[in-house]
Design a protein. Structure first.
Length: 66
C-alpha cells in the first residue's frame, strides 16, 4: 500500500518515505544540475524566466457562476 504524502509540507526536514519516495528519481537529476551548473548560469536562467513572466499578458480567471 502506497502512502500519500504532501512532500512540500511533510518533507521539509528530509524525505519521510525514504526508499519508497515517488520523487526519488528526480533527486539525482537535481543534485547533478546543482553540482554542474555555475551559480551565474542559474541566476541567468532565473532572470530569463522572470522577464518572460513579466512580458506575458495577464491571465483572466472568470468564475463559473458569474
Amino acid at each position: 500500500m502506497t502512502k500519500t504524502v504532501n512532500c512540500e509540507v511533510e518533507c521539509l526536514n528530509g524525505c519521510i518515505l525514504e526508499e519508497e519516495c515517488p520523487n526519488k528519481e528526480f533527486v539525482a537529476e537535481t543534485s547533478k544540475f546543482i553540482e554542474t551548473t555555475p551559480l551565474d548560469k542559474m541566476l541567468e536562467m532565473a532572470e530569463i524566466a522572470r522577464l518572460k513572466k513579466l512580458s506575458e499578458p495577464p491571465k483572466w480567471i472568470i468564475p463559473d457562476d458569474f
